[in-house]
Structures are given as structure tokens and as C-alpha cells.
Write a protein that binds this ligand. Structure first.
Ligand code: FAD
Length: 441
């Protein structure tokens, strides 16, 4: 049989990881074709100072802000087979992550396989006589800078790695149009200076929300951190106070919170996350995005009716690069036949049972993709099913410990430095180089 042809959409962390693994199996896979709509590799780590759109009218993809440093230590943020440079601190500036992805791309010789400034416009399944599972994919692309007609190519499989942090989600708040101050989503936030001394209601206490609240505090903004989670336990930055979610905007532009209190800030800043979007996927695929759930996907990856299409990285609250590393290897085991997929009906049943089990544990639909601490069992399961190396044991323990430090000490946790001693053991030092006790997990 001829080698399998794989299309990869996007050259961010997920797409690069996919390309790296496809290239590592040249007997079974032809070199992949990676379609990347921008001029660069790195996806969201390619910081842009401008907002809204690039010069050619295409919307800005990156959601980075100028001073962002990672919230995951490099010791567990990296791809397991490609560590960050030794001299770097555990929490690196975003420019280092971009450099890291550039190096990953060059080390595994991927660049020649990437078609830059090429946007995937359509991905259509075709039934064929031969080919993987009698299925193939027609991928139509265009070059935004060139009036030449779009190009169609046929592939055996498609890995969708288009990222999930570029289309801002703004919740429907009654009366929002009456707000007279500045409304902004974190996608368009770049630095704190424009907010110096201003009053800001910041909606959402996820990682970006907390990080941006800290930046705003440093320029003496008065921040109301409005969120629906349990109250945060650690000390908050100066000038930041918590409140329940905003329930509506009154006719005079005043924000009303769920506890009946009010505020009239200069700025209403949404750190409320992003929508999933797959505008190029043909309707026949039947992928639904509803309440932040992308379904149906077997193992959060594979539409049962079209099992040579792979939607990489839709899970949330995960450690992204290792997650991509695991998902990609699982996908290749599916394609090379070393993990024979269950039947369509069995996969559909599996999805149904998995979702039902999560709902029975009180997990709302919008949180089903939020794996959080369950990501480790998920990763291990994929590695076991497909028979490849799982992540080393220290990975989950170090990652989960960082989460505890973050919740207890949001002001300083990025000054800690970790050291991995063995497959099981690691240590951590505080800002003054002092050894810190590991948290109880
Ligand atoms: P992206 O990086 O978004 O890449 C997707 C690529 O696909 C882009 O290059 C895009 O141009 C391309 N593309 C999209 N559509 C098309 C199309 N139709 N045709 C062709 N190309 C297309 N992760 C961490 O591990 N640690 C952190 O500290 C961390 N902090 C973060 C902070 C912020 C503010 C954000 C937004 C994310 C952060 N993340 C962090 C998560 C981050 O998203 C992942 O690390 C990872 O970069 C996601 O990679 P991706 O390839 O899935 O998506």
C-alpha cells in the first residue's frame, strides 16, 4: 500500500507536534503537508502588538500580551522529547516559547513541509474505493495575498490543529450595549499602561483573568474581579477585590452584580475565554459545537463516522504540549493500524457513556472538555491503548503541585524554580532560592 498522506491544519504547538511524529514514521507516512495561514510557526505564541487584523485584513490569531510569562513551569510544559533550554527559569516569557517552537520545528526538520500564508478553506470527506477505511479528504486552500484560484488536494487523513484561543467569547449580558465605557476582551489586551489609574471590572477568574488583574494592579488600576467560582483563597494583588458575576447592565450604563451591588467602571474587560470554530469543516462531518462542547468525538479526538479526521487539542485545563504529544501518537497508531478503532456504533456508545458519567458527577455540558486533573488518566489511557510510552511519573505530580502553589500564592508562584531529579522526583525553590515543601495533593 502507498504511504498515507496526512494534511495538518495549523503550525502552532499542536500542528508542529503532529508533523514531528508523522515525519518520524517515513515507512508508513508520506511527509505531511502543514497548512499555515500566517507567515510564522508558533500560533498563539507569535505575539502581535497590533489588534484586530493583520495588514491583509486577516484577524489577528495570537492572544498573547506583551509581558506574559507562562503559567506552567517549563519542566512540564515542554514536549517530553524536547526540553526547554537548561539556562531558562521555570516560568519563561512568551518570546522564549516562540523561540522554543521555532527550534522544535528546525530540530525535527519540519519547515520544508509547511505551506505558509496558506489558509485552509474547506475540508470535505470523499468516499473512495481504496484508501484508508475507504475514506479520503479534499482540502481546499487559498493564499490570502494572491488572487490566484484556490487549490484542492486529496489526503488520507486530516489533523485539525487550528487552535482554540482566537475567537473571543463574550457572554450574553442583558443591556451590555448600554455600557458607555470601554469594552474589551482579553484577546485584544496587550499591556497594562492604557488602564493606569482606571477602574476596571474584569469578568472571569481563569488564568488570563488572574494574570491580567495582577498586571492592572501594578499600574494602580482599581479592579473588581467578577467571577462565579469559589472565592479565591490566596492574597490578592493590591487594588483588586472580588465580586460575583455581572448579571446585567442598567439603562444608565451601571453594572449590576448577582448580589445586587453596582459599579460604574471605566473599563469592562472580558476574560471569558474563546469559541471553538472550524469554519472549513464540511457540514457532512456533523461536528457540533454547543455550550463549549465539541461533539461527537471519540476520546475527544475522532468523529466516529469519519475516523480519519482528528480534532487535536479541544480539551481544556490541560498541559497542552504533552497533551498534543500523546494525542498525536495515538492518532498515528489509529492510522497505522496498531490500534484498531472500535466500530462506529461502539465509539458512539463510548462517547455517550463517557458524557453521561461526567454529567452524573455533576459536570455541566460546558465543562465536559475541561479535563483538569483527569488529563493524566486520559493521557495514560491513550498510551496504554496504543502501546506507546506514557509521560514520566513526575509530570503529573509537578504540574498538579504548581496548581496548588498558584492558588495559594498567585502573586509569587512564577518566581519559583523547579528541578527534576529523576523519573519520579523533583524539587522546588522559592524566590530567595529556599527549598519549599511540596504541597499535599
Ligand atoms: P495555536 O497556537 O493557536 O496554533 C494554531 C495555528 O493554526 C495558528 O498558527 C493559526 O494561524 C493556524 N490556523 C488556524 N486556522 C487555520 C486555517 N484555516 N488554515 C491554516 N492555518 C490555520 N499553554 C502552556 O502550555 N503554558 C502557558 O503558560 C500558556 N499560556 C497561555 C496564555 C494565553 C494568553 C493563551 C491564549 C494560551 C496559553 N497557553 C499556554 C495555551 C496555548 O494555546 C497552547 O500552549 C498552544 O500554543 C496551543 O497550540 P495550538 O497549536 O493548538 O494552537
Amino acid at each position: 500500500m502507498s504511504r498515507l498522506r496526512v494534511a495538518i491544519i495549523g503550525a502552532g504547538g499542536a500542528g508542529l507536534c503532529a508533523a514531528r511524529h508523522v515525519l518520524s514514521r517515513p515507512k508508513i507516512f508520506a511527509p505531511p503537508v502543514v497548512f499555515e495561514q500566517t507567515k510564522s510557526v508558533g500560533g498563539t505564541w507569535v505575539y502581535k502588538e497590533q489588534v484586530n487584523s493583520y495588514g491583509n485584513g486577516m484577524p489577528i490569531h495570537s492572544s498573547m500580551y506583551r509581558d506574559l510569562r507562562t503559567n506552567i513551569p517549563k519542566e512540564v510544559m515542554s514536549f517530553p522529547d524536547f526540553p526547554f533550554e537548561k539556562h531558562l527559569p521555570s516560568f519563561v516569557h512568551h518570546t522564549e516559547v516562540r523561540k522554543y517552537l521555532e527550534k522544535y520545528c528546525d530540530h525535527f526538520k519540519m519547515r520544508n513541509h509547511i505551506k505558509f500564508e496558506t489558509t485552509v478553506d474547506a475540508v470535505v470527506p470523499v468516499r473512495v474505493e481504496n484508501g484508508w477505511n475507504r475514506l479520503a479528504w479534499d482540502v481546499t486552500t487559498s493564499d490570502g495575498n494572491d488572487p490566484s484560484p484556490s487549490v484542492e488536494s486529496r489526503f488520507d487523513a486530516v489533523m485539525v490543529c487550528n487552535g482554540h484561543f482566537f475567537d473571543p467569547y463574550i457572554p450574553a449580558i442583558p443591556g451590555l450595549d448600554k455600557f458607555t465605557g470601554t469594552v474589551i476582551h482579553s484577546h485584544n489586551y496587550r499591556s497594562a499602561e492604557p488602564y493606569a489609574g482606571k477602574s476596571v471590572v474584569l469578568l472571569g477568574a481563569g488564568l488570563s483573568g488572574l494574570d491580567i488583574a495582577m498586571e492592572l494592579s501594578q499600574v494602580n488600576a482599581k479592579v473588581v474581579l467578577s467571577h462565579g467560582q469559589k472565592p479565591l483563597i490566596g492574597p490578592l494583588p493590591p487594588g483588586v477585590q472580588q465580586s460575583p458575576p455581572v448579571s446585567k447592565v442598567l439603562d444608565d450604563g451601571t453594572l449590576e452584580f448577582q448580589d445586587g451591588s453596582h459599579a460604574r467602571p471605566d473599563v469592562f474587560l472580558f476574560c471569558t475565554g474563546y469559541n471553538f470554530t472550524f469554519p472549513f469543516l464540511d457540514k457532512q462531518v456533523g461536528l457540533k459545537v454547543k455550550e463549549h462542547l465539541v461533539s461527537p468525538l471519540y476520546k475527544f479526538l475522532i468523529p466516529p463516522v469519519f475516523p480519519s479526521l482528528f480534532i487535536v487539542g479541544v480539551c481544556r485545563a490541560i498541559c497542552p504540549f504533552p497533551h498534543f504529544h500523546i494525542q498525536t501518537q495515538f492518532i498515528l497508531s489509529v492510522l497505522d493500524g496498531s490500534f484498531p478503532l472500535p466500530s462506529q456504533e461502539e465509539m458512539e456508545k463510548d462517547i455517550e457513556l463517557d458524557e453521561a458519567a461526567r454529567r452524573a458527577r455533576g459536570i455541566a455540558t460546558r465543562h465536559i472538555l475541561k479535563l483538569d486533573s483527569e488529563q493524566w488518566a486520559y493521557n495514560d489511557e491513550l498510551a496504554r491503548l496504543a502501546g506507546f510510552q506514557p509521560l514520566p511519573p513526575y509530570w503529573s505530580n509537578l504540574y498538579e503541585s504548581n496548581k496548588v502553589f498558584r492558588s495559594q500564592d498567585m502573586l509569587n508562584y512564577k518566581t519559583y524554580n523547579y528541578k527534576v531529579l529523576s523519573q519520579e522526583e523533583w524539587t522546588v525553590q522559592g524566590p530567595q532560592g529556599q527549598s519549599l515543601p511540596k504541597p499535599l495533593l
